[in-house]
Design a protein around this ligand. Structure first.
Ligand code: SAH
Length: 258
């Protein structure tokens, strides 16, 4: 069955290798360095159509995937990458109905992924201490159509979390040890916590501090992803890759006296 693009819908517009996610407007125009394309030429076409820019470059139009939504956020911070996010979804056991605690929100890329998996029954409560980032994240999450499942708090999470009984927590901030007590109190017993840290020094310190707060022995994982260039008789790994993003450290809230 054909599924045609309508005005007001999100479209992933792929121009050569770059993907732009835009809400289609009758008078909208996407300008790129490979030429421009009018939204009006996309409205009414089926998904997967092929068009040309005014400079005769090929354009493909699709419905955006979660990866497209994340990679197209407007960023003021580093974001969580698609290679790391599936590990969080699995290890945190996310499903529709999960109540997730997150900090810091940053640009909201990870918040988009978390809310995508917990909607429509669940929600993400996310803390961000910098007001400018809160506004940018809110606009990114709204554009992805997921703001109904997200509550953004413009607060430093180490100063306290109002709600309790979270099913899991995810921290992407440089000093997670400063908020371990608060996060411990906000989680249900036995539930998981995942943290992102870029350096070995932070990871060692975190392992030491987790012991003091009643969390289980952490598991530390690094996820490497290498893309390949497939060409008859010349197939090889691509020369460029994301060599390092972060370590992913998971632990659980124990139910014993501290
Ligand atoms: N995962 C996010 C990026 C997070 S960047 C994304 O995918 O977009 C880290 C963010 O943590 C920054 O915006 C920083 O302002 C925020 N932050 C650092 N310490 C914090 C704290 N104690 N409470 C709330 N936010 C904090």
């Amino acid at each position: 069955m054909m599924n045609y693009f309508k005005e007001g819908e999100l479209c992933a517009i792929k121009v050569i290798k770059k993907i732009f996610v835009r809400k289609l407007k009758a008078d909208g125009v996407l300008h790129t360095n490979k030429g421009y394309i009018r939204h009006g030429d996309i409205i009414g076409l089926p998904e997967g159509s092929i068009l040309k820019t005014n400079l005769n470059k090929t354009v493909y139009v699709y419905r955006p995937t979660l990866e497209d939504l994340i990679m197209s956020v407007t960023r003021k911070t580093a974001i969580s990458y698609p290679k790391d996010i599936p590990y969080i979804v699995f290890s945190m056991g996310l499903h529709s109905g999960s109540k997730v605690l997150e900090a810091g929100t940053g640009s909201g890329a990870l918040t988009i992924a978390l809310s995508y998996y917990v909607m429509p029954e669940g929600k993400v409560v996310t803390y961000e201490k910098r007001e400018g980032f809160v506004r940018q994240a809110e606009s990114n999450i709204l554009k992805a159509g997921l703001l109904d499942y997200v509550e953004i708090k413009n607060k430093d999470i180490s100063k306290g979390v109002e709600e309790t009984d979270f099913d899991c927590a995810v921290l992407d901030l440089p000093e997670p040890w400063r908020c371990l007590e608060v996060v411990f109190n906000a989680l249900k017993p036995g539930k998981p916590l995942c943290m992102f840290l870029p350096t070995v020094n932070q990871t060692e310190r975190l392992a030491r501090e987790l012991k003091r707060y009643g969390f289980s022995k952490p598991r530390t994982v690094e996820i490497l992803q290498r893309t390949w260039n497939v060409k008859e008789g010349a197939t090889r790994p691509n020369f460029k890759m994301y060599g390092h993003t972060c370590f992913l450290i998971t632990t659980r809230k124990l139910s014993v006296e501290k």
